[in-house]
Design a protein around this ligand. Structure first.
Ligand SMILES: C[S@@+](CC[C@H](N)C(=O)[O-])C[C@H]1O[C@@H](n2cnc3c(N)ncnc32)[C@H](O)[C@@H]1O
Ligand SMILES: Nc1nc2[nH]cc(C(=O)O)c2c(=O)[nH]1
Ligand code: SF4
Ligand SMILES: [Mg+2]
Length: 221
């Protein structure tokens, strides 16, 4: 059973898949505790807030309510709702607290492509075809070994930045692991002007890419 905070169809607003119609599956639970996290409503799994799967689709605002569902129930909900997107983004919370292999395999068989958004603090369990976005949470829980293997598996690195020290942490991580990722995105934290300038300047200097959270600029989920 997966724990689900919300399900919605929208345009992917971040990194390589920006602009792609996608079904978002936001899983419940994350122990990492990033101070600037924009989805704090997913952190706790409080049994008081258990609801039915249907209710997670009908949410009008962020909330801590969550539901439990199997892979089959998730797929049948996508069909019942007549979603048109063929790309599924599994995010959270921290999706890698779950074994995502059965879910992604079922979705692939049904003709969907899959992508996960993860912090690299838990072992990544997904099929080979799944696109893996790692936002490495440096100096956070999980430890160095888990983070290194997450970095090796990543198809893209997407790093939120607000201060020069965030850039330096990322550079130090690449150096320490000896990993030079093919795709590195810097994502300004919370659309702040200073963070955006830092991301732009650093991307120009390092030939990295910029990921602004497009959905937040155009006012969609
Ligand atoms: C909410 S997280 C959920 C998935 C996973 N826990 C992770 O951190 O990758 C999804 C993405 O949003 C980024 N993010 C979270 N809060 C943000 C903020 N305030 N500004 C910019 N990016 C943010 C995360 O770093 C991650 O890349
Ligand atoms: N449109 C849209 N794109 C996104 N890309 C990553 C998201 C996330 O919260 O993980 C997200 C999100 O919440 N909405
Ligand atoms: S790891 Fe992801 S969901 Fe968890 S606190 Fe950090 S940004 Fe938020
Ligand atoms: Mg988001």
């Amino acid at each position: 059973m997966y724990k689900i905070n919300e399900i919605f169809e929208t345009i992917q607003g971040e990194a390589s898949y920006t602009g792609v119609p996608s079904i978002f599956l936001r899983l419940q639970g994350c122990p990492v505790g990033c101070a600037w996290c924009d989805t704090k409503q997913t952190w706790d799994v409080n049994p008081t807030y258990l609801i039915s799967l249907d209710k997670t689709v009908e949410k009008k605002a962020d909330s801590e309510w969550w539901a439990e569902a199997t892979s089959e129930q998730i797929l049948s909900l996508f069909k019942q709702r007549e979603y048109q997107a063929k790309h599924v983004v599994i995010t959270g919370g921290e999706p890698c607290m779950f074994d995502l292999v059965p879910l992604c395999e079922l979705l692939h068989e049904a003709g969907y492509s899959t992508q996960i958004e993860t912090s690299g603090t838990f072992e990544i369990k997904v099929p080979e075809q799944t696109w893996v976005t790692v936002s490495p949470k440096i100096n956070m829980r999980g430890g160095y070994e888990v983070l290194t293997s997450a970095m090796q598996r990543a198809d893209e690195i997407k790093h939120p930045v607000a201060m020069q020290k965030h850039v330096e942490e990322l550079e130090a991580l690449f150096e320490k692991t000896g990993i030079t990722p093919k795709l590195v995105y810097l994502q300004p934290i919370s659309q702040k002007a200073k963070a955006t300038k830092l991301a732009i300047d650093t991307c120009m200097k390092k030939n990295w890419r910029l990921s602004v959270q497009v959905h937040k600029y155009i006012g969609i989920n």
